[in-house]
Design a protein around this ligand. Structure first.
Ligand code: ADP
Ligand code: ASP
Ligand code: MG
Length: 446
C-alpha cells in the first residue's frame, strides 16, 4: 500500500490562500498520511533576527510574526480552540525572549522552533476545516538528533524507533501534521537541522515511517535546468536520478536541502517535487533509474564561498603534507568541498553551510594558527561556485569546449573536474556568478 509523506515549504504555507491550495493537494491524495510543514514564509528569518539580538528590543519583529499567524487564523471559521493554542505558543515565545540565556545556541534553536510549531497548528486546522480529520504530531518526539545546535545531525536509528512507536496513529485515517526543521536531542532539548532543513526532516520521517513516496511541494514546478530566478529560459526537468539531484542540491540548488536525498536513496523512497501553487503543472520525479541520462542536466550556483590556499616549500617531494593539513581541518570540524593541488600549494574551498556551527568563524582562529606553523595561508572570500551537473561531464569534448569558452570571459579562481563524471565546478567572483550561469545555460542547455 502506498504511504506518502508530503512536505510544504515556507511560501506554500505563507498565508491562508496558499494553505488552502496545499489542503487541496492533501485532499486529492488519500495516500498522504503525514504532512511536514515549514514555518510560514518570513517567520524563520524574523526569529533568526530576534536570536541575533538575544531577544532584546524585538517587539516589532515578534508583532510581525503574530500578524502573519493571526491573518491565517482569522480566516478560519471555528477558530476558538485554535486561538487559544496559538496564543499559548505566542506567550511561550514572549517568555522565551525574556529568559536569561545560558547557552545561546540551544536557546536559539528553541526560539526558531516556534515558526514550525505555529504553522503546523494552523495547517492542521485548515485541513480540519476542509473536512479532513487532522491533528498535529510534535516532531521533537520523532526526529532525534545529536546536540549540535543550529546544525544538528539526525540519529536515524533512534528516529526510526520513535517513528515506529507512533506508527499506529498513522494508520488511523487521520492526516497528521508535523514540523519540519526541528528535532530534539537525548535530553529532549529542541534542536534544528540548519536553514532549509524541512526537506531533510521530511525525508528522515518518510524513512522512519517506511513511507513509499516523498513529495516536496514548493514554489516552482520541479527541479529546473538552473534556478529560474536567475535565468528566465530555465526549463523544468521531468525526471532525474538520485545522484544528479544530490549533486545539484550539494552544489547550490536551493530547491532541495543537500542532505535530503540520502534517507530516500537508502530506503528506496520515490521522490517528487512540484509546485503547490500549480499542482497540475507536474514536476520532477527522482528515481534510481530515470529513462534519460543526458551528458549535461543542469547548472547551479553556490554563493559565499571561501577559498583557502596554503603554500609550503616543504611540500616539494615530501609526503604526509596533505594528511597533516586535513588532520587539522578535521579536528576543527571544518568541512572542505573542493580541493586542487600543485607542487607547493593546495587550494580548497569552504562553504558557509558546511562549516559554520553555532556562529563560529569558517576557519577558526586556532586552526589558522596551527596551519601557519608550517605553511603560508591565504584566504579569499566573496566567491561563487558554478557547477555543471550531468552524467558524462568530461567525456563530451563539445561540452568541455563550450564550458572553457565561457570560462575564458571571466576571471576563474579554481577549476575542479575528474573526481566524478557528474560535475565540473569552478570559482568566480560573487558579482559575476549569475552572469556566468546565464551564459553557460544559454550555451550548453538551451
Ligand atoms: P521552500 O520554501 O518550498 O523550501 P525554497 O525557496 O527553499 O522553497 O526552494 C525553492 C527555490 O529554489 C525556487 O524558488 C528557486 O528559486 C530555487 N532554485 C534554485 N535552483 C533551482 C533549480 N535548479 N530548480 C528549481 N528551483 C531552484
Ligand atoms: N523554516 C526553516 C527555514 O526557513 C526550515 C525550512 O523552511 O526548510 O530555514
Ligand atoms: Mg527550502
Amino acid at each position: 500500500m502506498s504511504f506518502t509523506v508530503a512536505k510544504f515549504g515556507g511560501t506554500s504555507v505563507a498565508d491562508y490562500p496558499s494553505m488552502l491550495r496545499c489542503a487541496q493537494i492533501v485532499q486529492n491524495n488519500p495516500s498522504i498520511r503525514l504532512v511536514v510543514v515549514s514555518a510560514c514564509a518570513g517567520v524563520t528569518n524574523r526569529l533568526a533576527e530576534i536570536a541575533d539580538k538575544q531577544g532584546k528590543q524585538t517587539e516589532s519583529l515578534r508583532n510581525e510574526i503574530y500578524t502573519i499567524h493571526a491573518s491565517i487564523q482569522q480566516k478560519l471559521k471555528s477558530s476558538g480552540a485554535l486561538e487559544l493554542s496559538l496564543s499559548q505558543l505566542h506567550d511561550e515565545l514572549e517568555s522565551h525572549c525574556q529568559k536569561a540565556i545560558a547557552n545561546w545556541a540551544a536557546w536559539r534553536d528553541e526560539l526558531l522552533s516556534f515558526g514550525e510549531r505555529c504553522s503546523s497548528l494552523l495547517f492542521s486546522c485548515v485541513l480540519n476545516e476542509q473536512g479532513l480529520l487532522s491533528d498535529t504530531l510534535d516532531a521533537r518526539q520523532l526526529l532525534k538528533t545529536n546536540s549540535a545546535f543550529g546544525r544538528a545531525q539526525p540519529d536515524e536509528v533512534s528516529t526510526k524507533s520513535h517513528c515506529l512507536e507512533q506508527k499506529q496513529k498513522l494508520d488511523s485515517g487521520c492526516v497528521w501534521v508535523t514540523q519540519g526543521f526541528i528535532g530534539s536531542d537525548d535530553k529532549t532539548q529542541t534542536t534544528t537541522l540548519g536553514r532549509g532543513g524541512s526537506d531533510y526532516s521530511a525525508a528522515l520521517l518518510a524513512a522512519g515511517f517506511n513511507a513509499t513516496d516523498l513529495q516536496i511541494w514548493t514554489d516552482v514546478a520541479g527541479i529546473y535546468t538552473t534556478d529560474p530566478r536567475i535565468c528566465s529560459s530555465a526549463r523544468a526537468i521531468a525526471e532525474m536520478s538520485f545522484s544528479e539531484a544530490a549533486e545539484l542540491a550539494t552544489f547550490g540548488a536551493k530547491i532541495l536541502h543537500p542532505s535530503s536525498l540520502a534517507p530516500a536513496i537508502k530506503n528506496s523512497i520515490r521522490v517528487f517535487i512540484g509546485s503547490s501553487q500549480n499542482a497540475a503543472a507536474g514536476g520532477t520525479y527522482i528515481s534510481a533509474n530515470p529513462t534519460t541520462r543526458p551528458d549535461v542536466r543542469a547548472v547551479a550556483l553556490r554563493r559565499n564561498q571561501t577559498l583557502v590556499t596554503v603554500h609550503s616549500l616543504s611540500m616539494l617531494h615530501a609526503s604526509g603534507f596533505l594528511a597533516r593539513l586535513f588532520e587539522i581541518l578535521a579536528r576543527y570540524n571544518v568541512s572542505v568541498d573542493l580541493v586542487t593541488t600543485s607542487e607547493v600549494s593546495i587550494a580548497l574551498t569552504l562553504d558557509e553551510g558546511g562549516s559554520i556551527a553555532n556562529g563560529q568563524a569558517l576557519l577558526p582562529a586556532a586552526a589558522l594558527e596551527e596551519l601557519e606553523q608550517f605553511c603560508r595561508v591565504e584566504i579569499e572570500t566573496g566567491l561563487s561556485l558554478v557547477a555543471i551537473i550531468g552524467n558524462g561531464i568530461g567525456r563530451d569534448a563539445h561540452i568541455s569546449q563550450l564550458t572553457f569558452n565561457t570560462v575564458n570571459d571571466y576571471a576563474v579562481r579554481l577549476i575542479c573536474q575528474g573526481a566524478s563524471e557528474h560535475n565540473l565546478c569552478f570559482l568566480v567572483e560573487d558579482s559575476e556568478g549569475e552572469n556566468v550561469i546565464r551564459t553557460l545555460h544559454d550555451r550548453i542547455l538551451s
